[in-house]
Design a protein around this ligand. Structure first.
Ligand SMILES: N[C@@H](CCC(=O)N[C@@H](CS)C(=O)NCC(=O)O)C(=O)O
Length: 241
Protein backbone atom coordinates (compact mmCIF):
# COMPACT_ATOMS: atom_id res chain seq x y z
CA UNK A 1 0.00 0.00 0.00
CA UNK A 2 1.18 3.53 -0.73
CA UNK A 3 -0.05 6.75 0.81
CA UNK A 4 -0.78 9.52 -1.63
CA UNK A 5 -1.70 13.11 -1.39
CA UNK A 6 -5.28 13.69 -2.57
CA UNK A 7 -6.42 16.76 -4.44
CA UNK A 8 -7.67 18.29 -1.22
CA UNK A 9 -4.33 17.67 0.48
CA UNK A 10 -5.55 14.72 2.57
CA UNK A 11 -4.04 11.27 2.37
CA UNK A 12 -5.81 8.37 0.71
CA UNK A 13 -4.80 4.74 0.39
CA UNK A 14 -3.53 3.56 -2.96
CA UNK A 15 -2.91 -0.08 -3.71
CA UNK A 16 -1.20 -1.64 -6.63
CA UNK A 17 -4.08 -3.27 -8.54
CA UNK A 18 -2.34 -6.56 -8.03
CA UNK A 19 -1.97 -7.50 -11.66
CA UNK A 20 1.51 -8.02 -13.08
CA UNK A 21 0.24 -6.20 -16.12
CA UNK A 22 2.16 -5.79 -19.33
CA UNK A 23 1.15 -2.16 -19.62
CA UNK A 24 0.55 0.57 -17.13
CA UNK A 25 -1.04 3.84 -18.17
CA UNK A 26 -1.13 5.54 -14.79
CA UNK A 27 -4.70 4.38 -14.27
CA UNK A 28 -6.33 4.79 -10.90
CA UNK A 29 -9.58 2.98 -10.14
CA UNK A 30 -11.78 4.38 -7.39
CA UNK A 31 -13.90 1.56 -6.10
CA UNK A 32 -14.87 -0.52 -3.11
CA UNK A 33 -14.49 -4.24 -2.55
CA UNK A 34 -18.24 -4.86 -2.87
CA UNK A 35 -18.91 -2.38 -5.65
CA UNK A 36 -20.33 -4.63 -8.34
CA UNK A 37 -20.08 -1.98 -11.07
CA UNK A 38 -16.42 -1.56 -10.06
CA UNK A 39 -15.96 -5.32 -10.14
CA UNK A 40 -16.96 -5.26 -13.84
CA UNK A 41 -14.13 -2.82 -14.53
CA UNK A 42 -11.62 -4.78 -12.42
CA UNK A 43 -12.45 -7.92 -14.43
CA UNK A 44 -11.85 -6.14 -17.75
CA UNK A 45 -8.60 -4.53 -16.54
CA UNK A 46 -7.39 -7.99 -15.51
CA UNK A 47 -8.56 -9.70 -18.72
CA UNK A 48 -6.62 -7.12 -20.71
CA UNK A 49 -3.56 -7.29 -18.44
CA UNK A 50 -3.67 -3.58 -17.67
CA UNK A 51 -1.91 -2.50 -14.48
CA UNK A 52 -3.76 0.00 -12.30
CA UNK A 53 -3.82 1.49 -8.84
CA UNK A 54 -6.81 0.72 -6.65
CA UNK A 55 -8.13 3.45 -4.36
CA UNK A 56 -10.81 2.43 -1.87
CA UNK A 57 -13.32 5.27 -1.83
CA UNK A 58 -13.70 4.67 1.92
CA UNK A 59 -10.18 6.06 2.38
CA UNK A 60 -11.20 9.46 0.95
CA UNK A 61 -13.18 12.13 2.67
CA UNK A 62 -16.59 13.02 1.21
CA UNK A 63 -15.50 16.31 -0.40
CA UNK A 64 -12.43 14.78 -2.03
CA UNK A 65 -14.57 11.99 -3.51
CA UNK A 66 -17.25 14.45 -4.70
CA UNK A 67 -14.56 16.38 -6.57
CA UNK A 68 -13.42 13.19 -8.32
CA UNK A 69 -16.93 11.96 -9.22
CA UNK A 70 -19.69 14.50 -8.59
CA UNK A 71 -22.33 11.77 -8.94
CA UNK A 72 -20.76 10.04 -5.95
CA UNK A 73 -21.19 6.55 -7.40
CA UNK A 74 -18.43 4.00 -7.82
CA UNK A 75 -16.46 3.23 -9.86
CA UNK A 76 -14.52 6.09 -11.42
CA UNK A 77 -11.34 5.73 -13.41
CA UNK A 78 -8.67 8.40 -13.35
CA UNK A 79 -6.55 8.49 -16.48
CA UNK A 80 -3.86 11.14 -16.32
CA UNK A 81 -5.64 14.24 -15.09
CA UNK A 82 -9.06 13.18 -16.41
CA UNK A 83 -11.78 11.11 -14.80
CA UNK A 84 -14.32 8.79 -16.43
CA UNK A 85 -17.36 7.56 -14.50
CA UNK A 86 -19.89 4.80 -15.30
CA UNK A 87 -18.60 1.24 -15.56
CA UNK A 88 -19.74 0.61 -19.13
CA UNK A 89 -18.19 3.86 -20.39
CA UNK A 90 -14.95 2.94 -18.61
CA UNK A 91 -14.95 -0.54 -20.16
CA UNK A 92 -15.59 0.88 -23.65
CA UNK A 93 -12.66 3.25 -23.07
CA UNK A 94 -10.39 0.35 -22.07
CA UNK A 95 -11.53 -1.53 -25.18
CA UNK A 96 -10.69 1.49 -27.36
CA UNK A 97 -7.28 1.99 -25.77
CA UNK A 98 -6.37 -1.71 -25.54
CA UNK A 99 -8.37 -3.66 -28.10
CA UNK A 100 -6.35 -6.84 -27.55
CA UNK A 101 -7.62 -9.09 -26.07
CA UNK A 102 -11.08 -7.82 -26.97
CA UNK A 103 -14.06 -7.91 -24.60
CA UNK A 104 -16.41 -7.12 -27.49
CA UNK A 105 -16.63 -9.56 -30.43
CA UNK A 106 -15.68 -8.34 -33.91
CA UNK A 107 -18.96 -9.49 -35.51
CA UNK A 108 -21.33 -6.48 -35.29
CA UNK A 109 -24.42 -8.55 -34.41
CA UNK A 110 -22.62 -10.56 -31.72
CA UNK A 111 -21.14 -7.32 -30.43
CA UNK A 112 -24.62 -5.83 -30.14
CA UNK A 113 -25.89 -8.99 -28.43
CA UNK A 114 -23.09 -8.80 -25.86
CA UNK A 115 -23.94 -5.14 -25.25
CA UNK A 116 -27.63 -6.01 -24.91
CA UNK A 117 -26.86 -8.70 -22.33
CA UNK A 118 -24.61 -6.28 -20.39
CA UNK A 119 -27.20 -3.50 -20.71
CA UNK A 120 -29.90 -5.68 -19.26
CA UNK A 121 -27.78 -6.05 -16.13
CA UNK A 122 -26.28 -2.57 -15.94
CA UNK A 123 -29.23 -0.47 -17.11
CA UNK A 124 -32.33 -2.52 -16.25
CA UNK A 125 -31.47 -4.64 -13.20
CA UNK A 126 -28.70 -3.03 -11.17
CA UNK A 127 -30.30 0.44 -10.87
CA UNK A 128 -33.40 -1.12 -9.29
CA UNK A 129 -31.50 -3.01 -6.62
CA UNK A 130 -28.44 -1.03 -5.71
CA UNK A 131 -27.64 0.33 -2.31
CA UNK A 132 -29.23 3.76 -2.54
CA UNK A 133 -32.52 2.35 -3.87
CA UNK A 134 -32.76 -0.18 -1.04
CA UNK A 135 -31.85 2.55 1.44
CA UNK A 136 -34.63 4.77 0.05
CA UNK A 137 -37.18 1.93 0.24
CA UNK A 138 -36.19 1.14 3.82
CA UNK A 139 -35.66 4.60 5.22
CA UNK A 140 -37.85 7.00 3.27
CA UNK A 141 -40.71 4.67 2.36
CA UNK A 142 -40.51 2.54 5.54
CA UNK A 143 -40.69 -0.71 3.60
CA UNK A 144 -40.01 -3.53 6.09
CA UNK A 145 -36.86 -5.66 5.55
CA UNK A 146 -38.91 -8.55 4.18
CA UNK A 147 -40.48 -6.25 1.59
CA UNK A 148 -37.05 -4.98 0.51
CA UNK A 149 -35.82 -8.60 0.17
CA UNK A 150 -38.87 -9.44 -1.96
CA UNK A 151 -38.23 -6.37 -4.09
CA UNK A 152 -34.59 -7.41 -4.58
CA UNK A 153 -35.34 -11.04 -5.43
CA UNK A 154 -38.22 -10.13 -7.73
CA UNK A 155 -36.02 -7.96 -9.97
CA UNK A 156 -33.14 -10.44 -9.89
CA UNK A 157 -35.45 -13.27 -10.95
CA UNK A 158 -37.01 -11.15 -13.71
CA UNK A 159 -33.60 -10.24 -15.12
CA UNK A 160 -31.96 -13.67 -14.75
CA UNK A 161 -34.94 -15.29 -16.48
CA UNK A 162 -34.36 -13.08 -19.56
CA UNK A 163 -30.57 -13.47 -19.43
CA UNK A 164 -30.88 -17.26 -19.27
CA UNK A 165 -33.17 -17.21 -22.32
CA UNK A 166 -30.65 -15.07 -24.20
CA UNK A 167 -27.82 -17.60 -23.81
CA UNK A 168 -29.39 -21.00 -23.03
CA UNK A 169 -29.44 -22.68 -26.43
CA UNK A 170 -27.11 -20.73 -28.62
CA UNK A 171 -25.93 -22.35 -31.84
CA UNK A 172 -23.10 -23.06 -32.17
CA UNK A 173 -22.51 -23.68 -28.47
CA UNK A 174 -19.70 -21.65 -26.90
CA UNK A 175 -17.72 -21.95 -23.66
CA UNK A 176 -18.85 -18.53 -22.43
CA UNK A 177 -22.09 -16.67 -23.10
CA UNK A 178 -21.44 -15.57 -26.69
CA UNK A 179 -17.93 -16.70 -27.59
CA UNK A 180 -15.19 -19.03 -26.37
CA UNK A 181 -13.53 -16.22 -24.40
CA UNK A 182 -15.05 -14.01 -21.72
CA UNK A 183 -16.45 -10.68 -22.85
CA UNK A 184 -18.26 -7.68 -21.40
CA UNK A 185 -21.19 -10.07 -20.88
CA UNK A 186 -19.32 -12.10 -18.25
CA UNK A 187 -17.76 -8.98 -16.72
CA UNK A 188 -21.34 -7.89 -15.93
CA UNK A 189 -22.79 -11.31 -15.13
CA UNK A 190 -20.31 -12.53 -12.51
CA UNK A 191 -20.66 -9.59 -10.08
CA UNK A 192 -24.44 -9.85 -10.49
CA UNK A 193 -24.36 -13.55 -9.60
CA UNK A 194 -22.29 -12.62 -6.51
CA UNK A 195 -24.98 -10.13 -5.52
CA UNK A 196 -27.75 -12.65 -6.10
CA UNK A 197 -26.04 -15.21 -3.86
CA UNK A 198 -25.47 -12.61 -1.17
CA UNK A 199 -29.22 -12.02 -1.11
CA UNK A 200 -30.06 -15.75 -1.19
CA UNK A 201 -31.77 -15.57 -4.58
CA UNK A 202 -32.70 -18.93 -6.06
CA UNK A 203 -30.29 -19.63 -8.92
CA UNK A 204 -31.53 -23.16 -9.69
CA UNK A 205 -33.67 -22.07 -12.71
CA UNK A 206 -30.61 -20.68 -14.54
CA UNK A 207 -28.28 -23.60 -15.37
CA UNK A 208 -26.57 -21.88 -18.30
CA UNK A 209 -25.84 -18.73 -16.29
CA UNK A 210 -24.49 -20.87 -13.45
CA UNK A 211 -22.23 -22.78 -15.85
CA UNK A 212 -20.86 -19.56 -17.38
CA UNK A 213 -20.33 -18.10 -13.91
CA UNK A 214 -18.47 -21.26 -12.79
CA UNK A 215 -16.25 -21.19 -15.90
CA UNK A 216 -15.33 -17.57 -15.14
CA UNK A 217 -14.55 -18.29 -11.51
CA UNK A 218 -11.84 -20.67 -12.68
CA UNK A 219 -10.03 -17.76 -14.36
CA UNK A 220 -7.40 -15.69 -12.63
CA UNK A 221 -8.75 -12.39 -14.03
CA UNK A 222 -12.11 -12.99 -12.32
CA UNK A 223 -10.61 -14.30 -9.08
CA UNK A 224 -8.40 -11.23 -8.70
CA UNK A 225 -11.42 -8.96 -9.23
CA UNK A 226 -13.58 -10.67 -6.60
CA UNK A 227 -14.68 -8.67 -3.53
CA UNK A 228 -12.78 -10.92 -1.12
CA UNK A 229 -9.52 -10.29 -2.98
CA UNK A 230 -9.64 -6.49 -2.71
CA UNK A 231 -7.37 -4.75 -0.20
CA UNK A 232 -10.30 -3.07 1.57
CA UNK A 233 -12.23 -6.33 2.09
CA UNK A 234 -13.16 -6.33 5.77
CA UNK A 235 -13.27 -9.27 8.14
CA UNK A 236 -17.07 -8.79 8.33
CA UNK A 237 -18.32 -7.80 4.86
CA UNK A 238 -21.41 -5.63 4.42
CA UNK A 239 -24.52 -6.82 2.60
CA UNK A 240 -24.75 -4.27 -0.13
CA UNK A 241 -24.08 -4.13 -3.84
N1 LIG B 1 -24.45 2.94 -13.57
C1 LIG B 1 -23.37 3.01 -12.65
C2 LIG B 1 -23.80 2.42 -11.33
C3 LIG B 1 -22.87 2.79 -10.23
C4 LIG B 1 -23.42 2.37 -8.88
O1 LIG B 1 -24.63 2.27 -8.66
N2 LIG B 1 -22.51 2.15 -7.94
C5 LIG B 1 -22.92 1.79 -6.60
C6 LIG B 1 -22.22 0.56 -6.10
S1 LIG B 1 -22.32 -0.82 -7.18
C7 LIG B 1 -22.56 2.91 -5.64
O2 LIG B 1 -21.61 3.62 -5.84
N3 LIG B 1 -23.33 3.03 -4.58
C8 LIG B 1 -23.06 3.99 -3.55
C9 LIG B 1 -24.33 4.36 -2.86
O3 LIG B 1 -25.37 3.88 -3.26
O4 LIG B 1 -24.24 5.16 -1.94
C10 LIG B 1 -22.15 2.26 -13.22
O5 LIG B 1 -22.34 1.33 -14.00
O6 LIG B 1 -21.00 2.63 -12.90
Amino acid sequence: MRQSLQRDGSCGEIYDGGYDGKRSMGLRLYSRYQNSAGQRVRIVLNLKGIAYDYVPVSSLDREAWARINPQGLMPALEIGDRVVAQSLAIIELLEDLHPDPPVLPADPVLRAQVRAFAGLIAADLHPLNNNRVRRFLETDLAVPPDGVRRWYRHWVATALHSLEAMVADRVPPTRFAFTDAPTLAEACLVPQMDNARRFDCDLAPYPRLRAIDAACRGLDAFRRAAPENQPDFPSRPARDA
